[in-house]
Design a protein. Structure first.
Length: 261
């Protein structure tokens, strides 16, 4: 069978409609076979993507099917197949962009899944939910910032990044809570996220102003270095040139003991 993107546009539309019709039929008849087959597709990640996007669309258009969708997703999330659990998390993420509280239990469980592709799906879902439905998503994320498991802290830090690219003020208070984390992987992710949000339009000033309220000078210094480096690496996409970023940081970053010269 040809992969999704081996098909031409018209063929992809036909296949998408076929997947949608099959999933809708399953939901209406309280079956699961078609949904399970698409969620578990071994050969093509885009088939799985089409399936979870379809769940999101059906959720929006068919309020009467929402209880069935939730029951079905819970059954799928109990699968021993990590791809099925991954796709279930992604489907929950589509729902969570408008109705986070309804699907929060999937992310509470998925954060602790024993397979990395499921945990990565949580990160991806938190990114898109944080962008489209930030308030409940960030409130949920905050409760995991100081979790004993360093991977949970790192995943949460990474997951809130996308919201920060347009609204850095929303996530900087959460990032600040991680400034004294002693785990290298968490610190590296924290620095990475700061760099990724600071080169976007209107963000550098907000980020630098907020870093001026932090206490951990070593982290501040590394974050500022990362900001400059990102402006250089992404020079074709950054709003400011590397030199403009350096000049701004030199003028406004209030790091004590002359760390920034």
């Amino acid at each position: 069978m040809a992969k999704f993107y081996d098909l031409n546009k018209d063929e992809r539309l036909i296949l998408t409609a076929k997947i949608s019709d099959a999933i809708l039929a399953d939901l209406r008849t309280l079956e699961i076979e078609n949904i399970l087959n698409y969620f578990a597709d071994d050969d093509d990640t885009y088939i799985r993507k089409t399936a979870y996007l379809t769940i999101g669309k059906i959720w929006k258009k068919n309020e009467n099917l929402r209880p069935t969708i939730l029951d079905t997703l819970q059954k799928l999330f109990d699968s021993v197949d990590e791809k099925v659990r991954q796709t279930t998390i992604n489907a929950a993420g589509e729902i969570g962009m408008s109705d986070f509280k309804t699907v929060v239990q999937f992310f509470d469980q998925g954060l602790f899944d024993n397979h990395h592709i499921v945990r990565n799906a949580v990160i991806g879902s938190v990114k898109k939910m944080g962008e489209k439905n930030p308030n409940p998503t960030l409130i949920w994320a905050k409760k995991y910032l100081h979790h004993p498991d360093k991977e949970i802290r790192r995943e949460i830090c990474h997951g809130i990044e996308l919201r920060g690219r347009t609204h850095p003020q929303d996530i900087l208070p959460l990032l600040k809570e991680l400034q004294n984390d002693e785990t290298a992987r968490v610190k590296n992710t924290l620095i990475h996220v700061i760099g990724q949000i600071a080169y976007k339009k209107g963000c550098l000033q907000i980020v630098v102003d907020h870093l001026n309220t932090w206490e951990n000078q070593a982290i501040i210094t590394k974050a500022l270095d990362e900001i400059v480096d990102v402006h250089h690496r992404y020079k074709d996409f950054a709003i400011l040139t590397t030199q403009q970023a350096i000049d701004y940081i030199d003028k406004y970053a209030q790091v004590r003991n002359n760390i920034i010269q």
